[in-house]
Design a protein around this ligand. Structure first.
Ligand code: PEP
Ligand code: MN
Length: 353
């Protein structure tokens, strides 16, 4: 049984360290609850401990109370961390009252495409740039991505436009390389239960954007987050991207209710991906609006300047002009529910117009 150790408000750093030390001696691993980079007044003691361990911890100096965590996920649960987690990636806030928009092409096809789409989505209000370098395609004969060459292009575009970048990793062997270039590592729907990949991204110190598997219950998504967090990386962003149902009008069915369901049990930010859920451009904006209205921490949306020539996911890509219109609607919806959209800084640091 894992436990939550609640510390007294005036606990000294030394006493806190002694509590962690004792947790280790008892064969459990201590995890400090992190919010905005500060240590909170709670320590998660993860592992197998019985009532005797609970009694012993309760008697330590600086300890207010020790409670059992009953949920199968521990670090990801609200029991461990009551407030919403808020992260900052290169100055861009994610979580809590903020609404953060990630946009860009499905795949990094070329330098021109990434810079063109990057400029357009930034001008419309996106703060994080997406692009895939390793594409998990259904067919082995389809475009598989540019690999490390793609990562370099995305990094350059991110630097030029002053936008953090997110990219998907599909193989534990590429994680270290991708973490050198990317600010956020994405684990895609098809890899949500690839435990070796989860552990590997958990060992990096990059925030992880974890997408829900196409046929995974929310509970299993949270267990996957737990794998990442068990390695000490607590910066996990969850994403609802549509699940498989009997409906064929859309590529997947966006489970909007996953947003409040997750928020009830977890402190981690929840995003919505309307692009992969819908699979068709005509439905993407409506799904994005629904996600924001449901309280999502943001959306991740695919945009392409010439979707009919896209090498991947063209039919679901918004045109830049459609994305601009969607951004305006998102600002209004966010305002209506007391949230604010995180806007790009006034000018890119090295703008060349
Ligand atoms: C993607 O983001 O391009 C992607 C492949 O998403 P998913 O894993 O949700 O299918
Ligand atoms: Mn895609």
């Amino acid at each position: 049984m894992s436990m939550i150790v609640v510390l007294k408000p005036d606990v000294s750093p030394e006493a806190k360290e002694r509590v962690c030390e004792r947790i280790r001696e008892l064969g459990l691993s201590p995890h400090l609850s992190i919010s905005n980079g500060d240590f909170g007044a709670v320590i998660g003691a993860i592992g197998e401990g019985g009532a005797a361990v609970q009694d012993q911890l309760e008697q330590l100096e600086g300890v207010e109370a020790v409670m059992a965590i009953l949920k199968p996920y521990k670090l990801a649960s609200r029991e461990f961390h009551a407030e919403d987690s808020v992260f900052e990636v290169r100055g861009v806030r994610i979580g809590g009252p903020h609404v953060t928009i990630i946009a860009g092409p499905c795949a990094i096809e070329s330098r021109e495409l990434v810079f063109e789409v990057g400029r357009r989505v930034r001008a419309a209000g996106a703060t994080i740039l997406r692009g895939g370098a390793y594409k998990p395609r259904t067919s082995p004969y389809d475009f598989q991505g540019l690999g490390v060459e793609g990562l370099k292009i995305l990094r350059e575009a991110g630097d030029e436009l002053d936008m953090p970048i997110v990219t998907e990793v599909v193989d534990p062997r590429n994680v270290e390389e991708a973490a050198e270039f990317a600010d956020i590592l994405q684990v895609g729907a098809r890899n949500m239960q690839n435990n070796n990949l989860l552990l590997e991204v958990g060992r990096t110190r990059r925030p992880v954007f974890l997408k829900r598997g196409l046929a995974a219950p929310v509970r299993e998504l949270l267990m996957s987050a737990e794998y990442i967090m068990s390695q000490g990386n607590h910066q996990v962003i969850l994403c609802e991207r549509g699940i498989r149902t009997f409906e064929t009008a859309t590529r997947f069915t966006l489970d909007v209710s996953a947003v409040p369901v997750i928020q009830q049990d977890s402190h981690l930010p929840v995003f919505v991906d309307p692009s992969h859920a819908a699979g068709k451009r005509d439905y993407v904006a409506a799904m994005a609006r629904a996600g924001i209205a449901a309280g999502a921490a943001g959306i991740i949306v695919e945009v392409h300047s010439c979707p009919e020539k896209a090498l991947c996911d063209g039919p679901q890509a918004l045109l830049p002009i459609e994305f601009t219109r969607l951004m305006q609607q998102i600002r209004q919806i966010a305002a209506a529910i007391g949230r604010t959209v995180v806007e790009p800084s006034a000018r890119p640091s090295s703008s060349r117009g």
